[in-house]
Structures are given as C-alpha cells and as structure tokens.
Write a protein that binds this ligand. Structure first.
Ligand code: MN
Length: 257
C-alpha cells in the first residue's frame, strides 16, 4: 500500500493564526499533516533567511513545531532537518489574513515559503484571503483542501508555485490569472512620539490597482478564486537582445579596468 502523502503546512502569520489552524484541519483527510511555523507574526518578511543569529526549533505538539524566525527559516528547518529522511510531498503556506496580489507578491512571507519549497524541489502552494464583512476562513480552507487533493494527484513541476487568492465573498468560480499592477501612492504616515520626535508608518491606504484583463486582482474583484502560476526566474527575456550592444559599449571599458 502506498504511504500517506506528507504535507508541510507553514505561514507568515504565526503558529496561532486562525488561517493556519483551519487549513491544517481541512487537509487532515489528505495525508500526514506536519506544521512548522513562525512563533509570531512575520508578515511582509519576504524571502528573508536568518543568518546573523542562531535559530530555535521547538516541538509543541506531536506534529507541530515553532521556529523563532521567518517562513523561509521554517521551510529550511523542516526540509533539511526535521523531515530530511522523508521529505514532504507538498508544501502549503497560509491561509494568509489578507491578499497577496500582483506587484505585492515579493513582499509576501506566505509566498516566499512556497518559493523556498520550489528551491528545495517540493511542489508548493501559497494561499491568501481578502478579508472583510463576508470573509470566511472555513470556505477558503475547504477550497484549499480540494486544490491540495488535485495537486497531490497530478504531477507538477516543483519550480512553479501556485499563488492562490480568495475573494471576500461566496466564490463565483476559479480563474487562472497573471499578476496585476499596483498604482503606487505616497503611503508614508508621519507622526510625533510623546517626546516630540518624528516616526513613520509605511502604508495605511488600501492599494489601488490598474484595471487589467486576466489579472489576479480582476479575478478576486469579480468574486473568483485566483490561481497564478509563479516562478523565481525574474529574467526579462525580451530585454536581452535589446541590451546586447552594451556588451561591446561597456565591455572594453570594463576590460581596461
Ligand atoms: Mn501574513
């Protein structure tokens, strides 16, 4: 009999977040669930790896560990230490409290955990939910279980991760999408502390998006679950021939030192 698939669940909202709990519970029928997650919130941790201090790995339940580091630290410790002998078959990251759409994906700790899985050759899925009045982690978790079942059955290229965003309403359906573009606005809030010194908050305003057909933002705005395939290769291939003349133009200068 084939063994049960092992599924690693992680996130960037921390071990106590409701999204992680609901996700792990919904995935239980699909295999052996192991949780390795940050011991506190690490949202917008991006793809950071902790190299300047030691990391602690603490087992808190039979199949649960916490790490005093980033989501990327968690995936590394899970794959290269805890489950070195029997690697997980799939990594599922989330469900994040808040969307991870379009231009914002590189900030995301949720997505970076999935990218780390890709780098370690394990198929990975990132899940994020828009929050608001009609929001339900239960609805998102039920869909996540169905997607995970499909992902376990169908062989996938581990270098390509699936970035899933849930709309903040009943689902109209599913759209396979591309990343949308954010309209950047001045988002620095300046305040004074009780001693009269300035301090700053980044952000504050909800992001505004360029309308774009086939984008992740359009899909969730219309009530669809958005699934965007992402890969780590950031090369802009079309620019290579256009920049080719620089090899000669700058190459001689470089060679002369
Ligand atoms: Mn988060």
């Amino acid at each position: 009999m084939p063994r049960m698939p092992r599924i690693l669940v992680t996130n960037d909202d921390g071990i106590y977040s409701e999204g992680l709990r609901k996700l792990a519970k919904a995935l239980e029928p699909l295999g052996e669930i192991v949780i390795v997650a940050p011991d506190r919130e690490q949202s917008a941790a991006s793809h950071a790896l902790t190299l300047n201090r030691p990391l602690r790995l603490l087992q808190i339940e039979e199949n649960e560990w916490i790490v005093d580091g980033t989501p990327t630290d968690c995936v590394n410790l899970a794959i290269l230490k805890l489950f070195k002998e029997q690697r997980p078959d799939l990594i599922v990251s989330g469900i994040n409290f808040g969307p991870n759409l379009g231009d914002d994906v590189t900030y995301s700790g949720t997505i970076s955990a999935a990218f780390e899985g890709a780098l370690l050759n394990i198929p990975s899925i990132a899940l994020s939910a828009l929050v608001g009045a009609h929001f339900s982690f239960n609805r998102c978790a039920a869909f996540a279980a169905e997607l995970t079942r499909v992902a376990l059955e169908q062989h996938r290229d581990p270098r390509i991760i699936l970035n899933v965003n849930f709309p903040n309403a009943e689902f109209e359906g599913v759209r396979i999408t591309k990343l949308g573009q954010r309209i950047y606005s001045e988002g620095i809030i300046e305040r004074l502390d009780p001693r009269g010194r300035k301090y700053y908050w980044i952000g504050g305003e909800p992001p505004v998006w360029h309308p774009g057909e086939g984008t992740d933002f359009e899909a969730v705005q219309q009530g669809f679950v958005s699934i965007t395939p992402l890969h780590l290769d950031l090369t802009h291939h079309a620019s290579i021939p256009r920049l080719k003349p620089l090899e000669e133009l700058l190459g001689q200068h470089a060679a002369k030192g």
